[in-house]
Write a protein that binds this ligand. Sequence first.
Ligand SMILES: [Zn+2]
Length: 248
Amino acid sequence: MRREMSEEMKTIATALGDLVLPRFCVACGDRLHLDERHLCLECLADLSLTHFWQYGHNAMADRFNARLRSVIPDGVRVEYASAAALFFYNSESPYRRIPQALKYRGNVRAGRYFAAMLGRHLAASADFRGIEAVIPVPLHWTRRLTRGYNQSEVIARELARALGAELVTGKLWRNRRTRTQTRMGMTEKAGNVSGAFSVHGSLPYRHVLLVDDTFTTGATLVACSAAVLPALRPGARISVATLAFVSS
Ligand SMILES: [Zn+2]
């Protein structure tokens, strides 16, 4: 009875909130109804989930592992990394506005909401079992200062919570301010981030999850992995996760 009351109170509070400050769908911009959160029901129904967490080998994992192999020195054996994103998107899709809202418009609540959704899928996946630490791709400190937060850390915090793992920040550093990669080609992107990261201190883990907001070529996550791998325990695994996966 008491719980029903509190749910009702919440609904009333949301309804009053909507009157004062209407909420809008992150993807299509339509006004949200009372029972909708961040996406309208239509956009939520059309959100193309990748389901990568159900498949050890998938387009993202293949792209990431191929690129990782190309930067790891010969003779160093690295286990095939698991990789998953919540949803597919391309540059014309309205869903591009989800990572954009988090990254450029300060919509941290939407970021948390979609990250928690991804977290539930990863927590139920055998490929992401035994993750001890979740490490967000760091921003250069000057960019972090101007933006006020690191969008990858917002996602990583939710994933760590869902996986019962430690959120590790302050160990992986971005050495220099890399240029925005949006309009770069694949080779240019790789050159832009190679050697951009370093680890300060040790990472005594057997399985870590590296987290970024969007996966395009995988160059950033590979550059982070190359820095993180030597600091991990021998034979340790790296897995990667992002909100969005650019399929074309
Ligand atoms: Zn919508």
